[in-house]
Design a protein around this ligand. Structure first.
Ligand SMILES: *Cc1c(COP(=O)(O)O)cnc(C)c1O
Length: 375
């Protein structure tokens, strides 16, 4: 007798669809035999990894027979110093995705709910579903909103809170839209949320943002004990492949997260690389400069092509192609340019392109009209 193992899995897992990552360059090479490939699909740092991080990881290789420091003492101490918080307020993760999962496992379960916006980071519904919790998705601001089309609608999120709600996920700036929340509106929102509802402010792209009234949510940790801020080394620090991220929260919440955390979840190389990357200020400065120039280049190029883009302050631009978005994505693949379809995020008419080096951006902007004409 054969068993349908899906029916044995928990109800949350039965309905789960796996995360769709950007297409790896090696996969496109296998499929189409193309050698000259550029990947602008996963918001990675186009400068390559922080050189200091690479050096530190190489230096750590002879220690690989040892387990990493389960408490992450050195990295937590450095982060605590950097952010002006206590060490016991930090939770290390195997990427910040890991931390999002820890949050869900601590606070979500059947009968509980999580609020997040449509077109928000795909991991929020995923971890919510895995815990069997209720999806309390809200609609974003309308596409014709004068300031922030597709942005998070905080009033709608506030109104959605009910007795089941235990977690609210907010990405600032958001991926895949690039939209952001200003200081005053986010602060007012935090003040309105009941203290027994956790608010996760995911700041994966924070180091890229150059807007004046863009907030650093860490400043509010003292006032709001239900606030959890997440950060990552995958974006501006350029070590996405190493998997390093963390949460900063009140110590009581960090204690809970650390109860479910696997002791060695941040590996030895990731800890060493992250520590070194934090000191690589020159690399961070260059990364911001390359991104600002690239954002201007891509936006201007899309404007010239008459393609509307969603406002962004991150290291990617999501732009409207129309009905043929998926065909345009496929056409770009044949040109050796990997971008990201965002249909799975509820944006079937859009594509997302990560900011690359100047020549990569140019190649994308030259390939795009060729592809669109051929459709
Ligand atoms: C890229 C990204 C992250 C980072 O995930 P890691 O697991 O740290 O690589 C987190 N949140 C958002 C919104 C992102 O886009």
């Amino acid at each position: 007798m054969s068993i349908d193992y899906c029916r044995i899995a928990t109800p949350g897992i039965q309905g789960l669809r796996p995360y769709q990552p950007g297409k790896p360059m090696s996969e496109l090479h296998r499929e189409l035999g193309i050698d000259d490939i550029i990947k602008l699909a996963s918001n990675e740092n186009p400068l390559g990894p922080s050189p200091r991080a690479v050096e530190a990881m190489q230096a750590a290789l002879p220690q690989l027979h040892r387990y990493p420091d389960a408490g992450g003492y050195a990295l937590k101490a450095r982060l605590a110093d950097l952010h002006g918080v206590a060490r016991d307020m930090i939770t290390l993760g195997n990427g910040s995705n890991d931390v999002l999962d820890l949050i869900a496992r601590c606070f979500l379960a059947e009968g509980r709910g999580a609020i997040y916006s449509r077109h928000a980071f795909a991991v929020y519904p995923l971890v919510t579903q895995a815990c069997g919790a209720v999806h309390q998705m809200t609609e974003p601001l309308p596409a014709d909103h004068p300031h922030m089309p597709y942005g998070h609608d905080l009033a709608a999120m506030r109104a959605r809170i009910d007795a089941r709600t235990r977690v609210i996920f907010i990405a600032n700036p958001n991926n895949p839209t690039g939209t952001w929340l200003r200081s005053a509106e986010l602060e007012a929102f935090l003040a309105e949320v009941p203290a027994d509802v956790m608010v996760v402010v995911d700041e994966a792209y924070t180091e890229y943002v150059q807007e004046d009234d863009y907030p650093d949510a860490l400043q509010w940790l003292d006032r709001f004990p239900n606030l959890i801020v997440t950060r990552t080394f995958s974006k501006i620090y350029g070590i996405a492949g190493a998997r390093a991220g963390y949460a900063v929260s009140g110590a009581a919440v960090a204690d809970l997260l650390n109860r479910v955390r696997q002791p060695f979840n941040m590996n030895l190389l990731a800890q060493e690389g992250a520590l070194a990357a934090l000191e690589d200020r020159d690399y961070v400065t260059r990364s911001v400069a390359v991104n600002q120039a690239g954002l201007a280049q891509i936006r201007a190029g899309l404007d010239r092509l008459g393609l509307r883009s969603i406002p962004t302050v991150a290291n990617f631009v999501t732009f409207e192609v129309g009905e043929k978005a998926m065909a345009a994505y496929q056409g770009l693949l044949h040109e050796g340019v990997i971008v990201r379809p965002v249909a799975g995020d509820g944006l079937p008419r859009h594509l997302r392109v990560s900011i690359g080096l100047e020549e990569e951006n140019r190649r994308f902007l030259q390939a795009l009209p060729r592809v669109m004409e051929s459709l």
